[in-house]
Write a protein that binds this ligand. Structure first.
Ligand code: SF4
Length: 252
């Protein structure tokens, strides 16, 4: 079983490099139809080990990426924004919050341009340290999507291989961000959940803020062949999923 905070420190050593600025390892820059069109930088490294992770190969292989400074990431993404006429950007692939200084500098560059940055995160580090949420609150063009891995602490443990206690840190991230006035919504991985779990997560969200319930984004696993293989190996199979040949166009 992993401790996400210890894993953060371990992974950081491989995917974050500090010269004059903080650099992060990335494996790809691309456009895509998510959110109606968004420029995306795919980073390497995460502090969870989700069994359904589509990017597990790059997530765990720092050598497959290259290090980029915040300004380099900005230029790569701005080029995609201009070419494709987008108005928003994100970092995906791994967990962006691991490289805190790098991430804040990237967001800041887009904030100055008035380009919306969507921070997709598992929330662990924001839940652990409220000052992270405070730092994020200074941006006007930021929205945070906290991706909750399952509906109960036990399910979280089964899906992420992380200690069940860390499930609360994901939820705490929502609380910390709301307290600091940051635009945020919960996205919940529901592929493996039963009704009892769904009731549990709704109650947990209600305890934080009733408004979060209306904002829930339902998340379902994409059964790419490499993801299906890993799920089979782990003996875990989704109750609901997207199949690659049936993925809605807007999600590709
Ligand atoms: S939090 Fe995201 S990037 Fe990290 S292991 Fe889970 S699905 Fe993959």
């Amino acid at each position: 079983m992993i401790d996400p905070l210890s894993l953060t420190e371990h992974v950081k050593k491989m995917v974050v490099k500090v010269d004059d600025v903080e650099k992060r390892a990335y494996f790809r820059f691309r456009g895509g139809r998510w959110y109606g069109g968004i420029a995306t930088a795919d980073c390497i490294g995460c502090n969870l080990r989700c069994v359904f992770c589509w990017s597990w190969y790059f997530r765990d292989n720092a050598k497959k990426g290259r290090f980029y400074s915040p300004v380099q990431v900005y230029h790569k993404l701005v080029n995609i924004v201009k070419r494709r006429n987008y108005s928003q950007v994100r970092i995906s692939g791994g967990e962006p919050t691991i490289s805190r200084k790098h991430l804040l500098e990237v967001i800041d560059l887009f904030d100055r341009d008035g380009i919306l940055f969507i921070l997709e995160t598992n929330g662990i580090l924001i839940g652990y340290d409220k000052s992270y949420a405070k730092e994020l609150s200074r941006f006007d063009n930021l929205h945070v999507r906290v991706s909750i891995k399952g509906t109960t602490a036990e399910e979280f443990n089964k899906l992420t291989n992380a200690s069940p206690e860390a499930f609360s840190m994901q939820l705490k991230a929502l609380e910390n961000l709301l307290d600091e006035g940051v635009s945020v919504h919960p996205s919940i991985m529901l592929s493996f959940s039963d009704e009892r779990g769904v009731r549990n997560i709704i109650e947990r969200l209600r305890d934080i803020d009733e408004g979060l319930i209306k904002e829930i984004e339902e998340e379902y696993v994409f059964l790419y062949p490499h993801v299906a293989r890993r799920l089979r190996e782990a003996g875990i199979w989704p109750k609901r999923a997207y199949y690659p040949d049936r993925i809605p166009r807007e999600l590709i």
